[in-house]
Every structure is written in C-alpha cells, then in structure tokens.
Ligand binder design. Structure first.
Ligand SMILES: Cc1cc2nc3c(=O)[nH]c(=O)nc-3n(C[C@H](O)[C@H](O)[C@H](O)COP(=O)(O)OP(=O)(O)OC[C@H]3O[C@@H](n4cnc5c(N)ncnc54)[C@H](O)[C@@H]3O)c2cc1C
Length: 309
C-alpha cells in the first residue's frame, strides 16, 4: 500500500510531497487541473523568502520538478471523494479507487463565480477567471473586470497595457485593494471605474458581447459592449467531498489543529483549503511541511501498533 496520498498539486501538496519523499516514503500526488495550483496564474511573485523575484509559472515548475525528482508519483486525476476503512484510506476518482495509509488534503481554493445565467456556457468564450492566462486573447478590445480587491486591481494593471479599454466594476464605493494601485489606475486614460455597481447579466449567445451593469444606489442599468469579462471576486474552498471525515468551518474551510490534523486519524489538511488567517505561498509551503512531518509520525505509530498487536 502506498504510504501517502496528497490530494492537490499546489505549493502545499508539492511541499508535503518533498518532505515525505525525502524521508523515504512513497507518495502519490493527485492533481485534477494543473500542477503548481493557483500560482500558475500569478504574475511576478516577490514575497517568497529567498527568491527576490520569480514568475508564478516558473516557481510552479521548479516545485513540481523538485517533488518528482525526489520520487513523488503523479496521478492527473480529479478526486471525487475519500473513504476510511480502519487503517486503510481510500481515494476515489470517479470509478477508480486507490488505497493509502494516510492522506494529506491540499485542495486550495477555486475562483468564486458571479452566479449569472450563461456564466458557465460563456467561460472560455469571453468570460475568464485569470487575466494573466487569457488577457492576450483580448488585445485591442474592450474588457470588463468584476471585483474590488488586489486581484481585480492587478488584473487592471495588466490588462490596461493590452486592451483598448478596461472597465472595473465594483459593488462598493471604495476599492478594498492597495490604494497605490487604485491611484495608478485612476490616472490611466483607458481605465474607467464603475463603483457601487454590479454585473447583473451576460450578453451574447455563444460568445460574450457585453454585460449589463446595475447601479446599486439608483437601480439604473446600462449595457457595456465588451469581448472579455475577468471575474476577480474572491476564492472559495471545495471541501465537501471530504465529509464526514473532516470538519468544516462556516465558510467551508477544513478545521485542523496546529499540526494539520483533521477530525480523522491519518488524514491531514494543508494550505489554503484549511481554516487560517493568511493564505499565501509561504504559509501553504509551511503547512505542507508540517502535514508531511505529522503524517510520517502517524505512519511510524501505525506500523508499531501493527507489529505489537
Ligand atoms: C493571481 C494570484 C496571485 C497570487 N500571488 C501571490 C503572491 O505573489 N505571493 C503569495 O504568497 N501568494 C500569492 N497568491 C496566493 C497563493 O497562490 C496561494 O496562497 C497558494 O497557491 C495556495 O497553495 P495551495 O497549495 O494551498 O492551494 P492551490 O494553489 O489552490 O492548489 C490546490 C491544487 O489542488 C487541486 N485540486 C483541488 N481539488 C482537487 C481535487 N478534488 N482533486 C485533485 N486535485 C484537486 C487544484 O487543481 C490545485 O492545483 C496568489 C494567488 C493568485 C490566484
């Protein structure tokens, strides 16, 4: 039986795999999308200790190569559930089941949707959740950004260089993100803020043609013709598939103690998917290392109890 299943190949999962592999344990990392996780979509990263400046995708590549060079195995599959049968932990991927002695959950978060009709249909056809991935498709065009935090503002900084016109629609009267970036965007001729407003409809049948925006104070609506909509309204966890083996807080994050233990012996959680104050690369890497160390202790104890029973 493989020692450890790591679910999620972001920085938390890859860090956990690096620690566990270096201790001689067998590890399989399940990744349903892209190894590297969220950071693949980031621009320049300048707050990871020891690395002055690096592009997100490059950091993701280095981490992935490091984990695989140390012997971690990969399963490019989306995990749909888990089961626990005494000391056996089952990872379920649709019809397939894989057996492990312990599990480290590192599923991070995913982009929050606006919840509008046709949003799913138009995703990839004008609607995007990643300006750095898709911005170049909209060179010279008009685009709208939904959101008011740092991600929305950073998207604005990136897209203003590529696009003819960038609208930023935010539901409050002030942005939540960095005031310096707000000032910078305010002074940019091809950027326009639409405040105290929300997007209420997506226009277009098979391709995005525009959005309807409603002013929350006056109730007045207007249509903005655009080819791209970048949604940057936060991120949400996706941990329900691990119930009832983990406990979730009111926002859906996994409850752990300081040693990354969940409600079930031998199941750990690390990174953005767990309840914590700061969701960043450095804390995700640290969580992954702690979770792996605790999983190693669990495997040792498990082995001893098997020998003496
Ligand atoms: C645009 C952007 C810029 C950022 N910039 C910075 C920065 O400059 N500095 C900084 O410190 N932090 C930054 N962050 C935050 C940082 O990226 C996250 O805190 C960090 O990546 C969290 O790592 P993680 O491994 O916990 O989760 P994630 O990176 O979210 O990785 C989780 C992985 O699990 C996979 N997964 C999820 N569910 C399943 C499943 N059921 N089956 C299989 N696989 C699954 C996902 O596909 C994903 O690859 C940024 C985030 C974004 C979005």
């Amino acid at each position: 039986m493989t020692d450890i299943a790591v679910i999620g190949g972001g920085i938390a999962g890859l860090s956990a795999a690096i620690y566990a592999c270096r201790a001689g344990r067998s590890v399989v990392i399940f990744e349903g999308n892209m190894f590297g996780g969220q950071i693949v979509y980031a621009g320049r990263v300048e707050n990871y200790p020891g690395i002055v400046s690096i592009m997100g995708p490059e950091l993701a590549d280095d981490l992935r190569n490091q984990a695989f060079a140390l012997g971690a195995h990969s399963e490019s599959r989306h995990v749909t559930g888990i089961e626990v049968h005494r000391d056996r932990k089952i990872v379920i991927c649709g019809d397939a089941e894989h057996e492990f002695r312990s599990i480290i959950i590192c599923t991070g978060t995913e982009s929050r949707k606006l919840g509008l009709k046709n949003e799913e249909l138009l995703t990839g056809r004008g609607v995007s959740y990643c300006a750095h991935c898709d911005g170049s498709f909209f060179k010279g065009k008009t685009v709208v950004i939904a959101g008011g935090g740092n991600t929305a503002l950073d998207d604005g900084v990136y897209l203003k260089e590529l696009c003819a016109k960038v609208y930023i629609v935010h539901r409050r009267s002030e942005f939540r993100g960095n005031p310096v970036t707000v000032k910078r965007l305010e002074r940019t001729p091809n950027v326009e803020f639409i405040l105290e407003s929300e997007i209420t409809a997506l226009l277009g049948e098979s391709e995005l043609q525009g959005v309807t925006v409603r002013n929350k104070k006056t109730g007045a609506t207007k249509n903005i013709a655009c080819r791209g909509l970048f949604v940057a309204v936060g991120r949400v966890p996706k941990n329900n598939i691990f119930l009832p083996y983990v406990r979730l807080d009111g926002n859906g994050y996994i409850e752990t103690d300081d040693e990354m233990r969940t409600a079930t012996d031998g199941i750990f959680a690390a990174g953005d998917c767990r309840r914590k104050k700061l969701r960043q690369l450095v804390t995700a890497a640290s969580d992954g290392a702690v979770a792996a160390t605790k999983a190693l202790e669990y495997l040792e104890a498990d082995l001893k109890s098997a020998v003496y029973s």
